[in-house]
Ligand binder design. Structure first.
Ligand SMILES: [Zn+2]
Length: 140
């Protein structure tokens, strides 16, 4: 089961480091934006979220309902899910494009080479104007 939800998780740090090495400059957890996106690229009007599959209720192989306090978790995860949707709606309304990187793209059986993920991020930042998700291999 997932531990405490936190900022600056390992997958997030890996992505930050790799994009920085490619010359991208970004802000972190900008409190002025809805949902405090993990990475904010003002120049591209783009934000990246790195989402833990448990906390954000991803339908994937990393996600498992805890066996205890089922009601509590169901309510909590459902709330996180609807919060995420509302946040993305609001960002989109303000002209931000959004990339979601799910934990399962970087961890577990379905993980992808980090280079591929960073290539996708780079291409998306520069050339793609719609929202995108990166998930584990098994989830696509
Ligand atoms: Zn997932």
């Amino acid at each position: 089961m997932a531990a405490i939800r936190s900022k600056n998780t390992k997958p997030e740090l890996v992505i930050r480091k790799a994009l920085h090495a490619r010359g991208f400059r970004f802000r972190l957890h900008t409190p002025k934006l809805p949902g405090k996106p993990d990475l904010v690229f003002p120049k591209y009007r783009a934000v990246i979220f790195v989402h833990g599959c448990f906390w954000h209720g991803h339908h994937c192989t990393l996600f498992r309902w805890p066996k205890t306090r089922e009601e509590f978790w169901k309510e909590k995860i459902d709330k996180n899910r609807s919060h995420d949707l509302a946040v993305m709606d609001e960002l989109a309304r303000h002209g931000w494009k959004i990339l979601l990187i799910w934990e399962c793209a970087m961890k577990g059986k379905g993980r992808k080479p980090i280079k591929d993920i960073v290539d996708t991020c780079t291409e998306w930042l520069k050339n793609n104007h719609s929202n995108k998700e990166i998930k584990g291999i098994n989830e696509e």
